[in-house]
Write a protein that binds this ligand. Structure first.
Ligand code: SAH
Length: 201
């Protein structure tokens, strides 16, 4: 896993995505009652702000990240905030090693999809589908192709999201939103996708 050391380096200082609070896009999902308490997995949980927020709101919360330093930071934050979250050090391309088939109602992804190497995306989708319940839902926040080229991760188009997910998920929506960041003034242009497990009919 050549990428792992690069991620480890990101956590030597405060990385751009560590805004110190949950992403507004996820807060809104909870505020409007769309994302309700359930068993939820945060893939690529990083500093843990999003999954800690869900745990605070009554979710049974699990985070996974393959960068040990990220998991250490997130565990400390959960203790400081007095919430219970299970954090696992592990690769999302091997979720089957850590979790049971159909274990989760929801998966959230804040800034992971746009970091997965395109050649691994099919395996990625297979893995997240497996650990979701039959009607489980995947919420994914990624940089969009409306964000001008420059610093930060790969920009993702709606067509790519559809092409990647549609064999295994029904896309409920792909909405324009922002990805809050320490280096993108006012946040980066992003898409929030909601996809429900199940083939497109
Ligand atoms: N979701 C967090 C972190 C986003 S950065 C947030 O919004 O703040 C992406 C995170 O995914 C990093 O912490 C990185 O270590 C992790 N990551 C990247 N590829 C991964 C993989 N294959 N398995 C597990 N974690 C991965």
């Amino acid at each position: 896993m050549a990428e792992l050391s690069t991620w480890g380096d990101s956590y030597l200082s405060v990385p751009p995505w560590d805004v110190g609070h949950p992403q507004q896009a996820f807060v809104e999902l909870v505020d409007r009652g769309e994302l309700r308490p359930s068993r939820v997995l945060d893939i690529g949980s990083g500093p843990g702000e999003n999954i800690i927020f869900l745990a605070k709101n009554g979710f049974s919360a699990v985070g996974i990240d393959f960068t040990p330093e990220a998991v250490r930071i997130s565990r400390n934050r959960a203790i400081e905030r007095n919430v219970e979250v299970e954090f696992v050090v592990g690769d999302v391309l091997n979720l089957q090693r850590y979790f049971m088939e159909g274990e989760f109602d929801h998966i959230i992804d804040s800034g992971l999809f746009h970091s997965i190497h395109p050649q691994n995306l099919n395996e990625f989708v297979r893995q997240i589908k497996r650990v979701l319940k039959p009607d489980g839902v995947y919420y994914m926040l990624c940089f969009s192709d409306k964000e001008p080229p420059g610093r930060g991760p790969r920009r993702v188009s709606k067509a790519e999201i559809r092409k990647t997910l549609e064999p295994h998920f029904t896309i409920d929506y792909i909405r324009e939103t922002i990805f809050e960041s320490r280096i993108h003034e006012g946040g980066a242009k992003a898409y929030l996708t909601r996809a429900t497990k199940g083939e497109v009919s």
